[in-house]
Design a protein around this ligand. Structure first.
Ligand code: NCD
Length: 317
């Protein structure tokens, strides 16, 4: 297959637990492969034949699990799944390490979503087959980052020199944590972080990104309008209800930001409005009609870039 894929063999057999497990060059190679898959799906329709993907999801999911499963099916592979901890032996008290060692005996690749931070890292230590983190508590969600970067690249043509505003729950939003850490490495990036004081980006992440990229522009504000006028990309997020310790705090904060068609009037013509989804109240439905709203395309892109990831980790491209 084409020249663009030279170098992807470095991914064979690896885990993908943290957004920084891939180099910038590896991300870029995966994006070219995903584009090739989008353009010529028939060339890849059988490349995973005989392979099995296991999806183990101990937290709710629509997009991550189904896009992985659709990705594997479109590559000609097959899928086995645990979509609910209550129906698996976790309910009997089995440890994650034992579950992973068992499932790795059945499957060639595992995607795990788990409520505990660090669960994917632990699972990877016990997995003889590539393990992909499908979200571990509030920590990381690296394949959403793959999806998000691929989407920005497709619509903007680049990942450098952009002003990216993140809005909502920056404290608990794992998609934000992964994406910020990966984007911070790109040149000329500026972040506008919009959140209520209680839901600011964790200080450890702020320190880390400023250390890895001392030239990084970073502004924190509580005002959505400030970010809206300057942003090239606006990344909206859901307030992460399931991570709150008490319901009152959630109710008080849940409607902190609501993006409407009217608010978009002050934004750039070529802004990208992104959201990892699911959306609750933070984007009104009238925004969906605005050509700048690309969150459903973003979700679809996720399937193609996951096809590229699966094929690369299995070493079949
Ligand atoms: C996100 C997640 O699970 O972290 N969803 C997704 O995978 N697209 C975002 C969210 O739940 O808010």
């Amino acid at each position: 297959m084409g020249e663009g894929k030279v170098g992807l063999s470095s991914l064979k057999g690896r885990h993908f637990v943290d957004a920084l497990d891939l180099s910038q060059a590896e991300y870029d190679l995966l994006f070219s492969l995903a584009e090739d898959i989008m353009e010529s799906p028939q060339d890849y329709a059988h490349c995973c034949s005989g392979k099995i993907l296991a999806t183990i999801f101990y937290e709710p999911s629509t997009r991550t699990r189904l896009s992985f499963e659709a990705a594997m099916l479109r590559l000609g592979g097959r899928v086995i799944t645990v979509a609910d901890a209550a129906t698996s032996s976790v309910a009997k008290g089995e440890s994650l390490a034992d579950t992973i060692r068992t499932v790795a005996g059945y499957a060639d690749l595992i995607v795990l979503r788990h409520p505990k931070e660090g669960a994917a890292k632990l699972a990877a230590m016990y997995s003889p087959v590539p393990l992909i983190n499908g979200g571990d508590g509030a920590r990381e969600h690296p394949t959403q980052t793959l999806t998000d970067l691929f989407t920005i690249k497709r619509y903007k043509g680049r990942l450098e020199g952009l002003t990216v505003a993140f809005c909502g729950d920056l404290r608990y939003g794992r998609t934000v944590h992964s994406l910020i850490r990966a984007l911070a490495l790109r040149e000329g990036i500026r972040f506008i972080l919009i959140s209520p004081a209680e839901l600011r980006l964790p200080r450890a992440i702020v320190e880390e990104i400023l250390e890895t990229n001392p030239g990084l522009g970073l502004v924190e504000t509580e005002d959505l309008e400030v970010g809206l006028s300057e942003a090239d990309v606006l990344y909206m997020t859901r307030i992460q209800k399931e991570r709150f310790f008490n319901e009152e705090d959630y109710i008080r904060l849940r409607d902190s930001y609501i993006l409407t068609r009217r608010k978009l009037e002050g934004a750039k013509e070529n802004l990208l409005v992104m959201h990892p989804l699911p959306r609750v109240t933070e984007i009104t439905h009238d925004v969906d009609e605005d050509p700048r709203a690309i969150y459903f395309q973003q979700a679809r892109n996720g399937m193609f870039v996951r096809m590229a990831l699966i094929a690369s980790l299995l070493g079949v491209v």
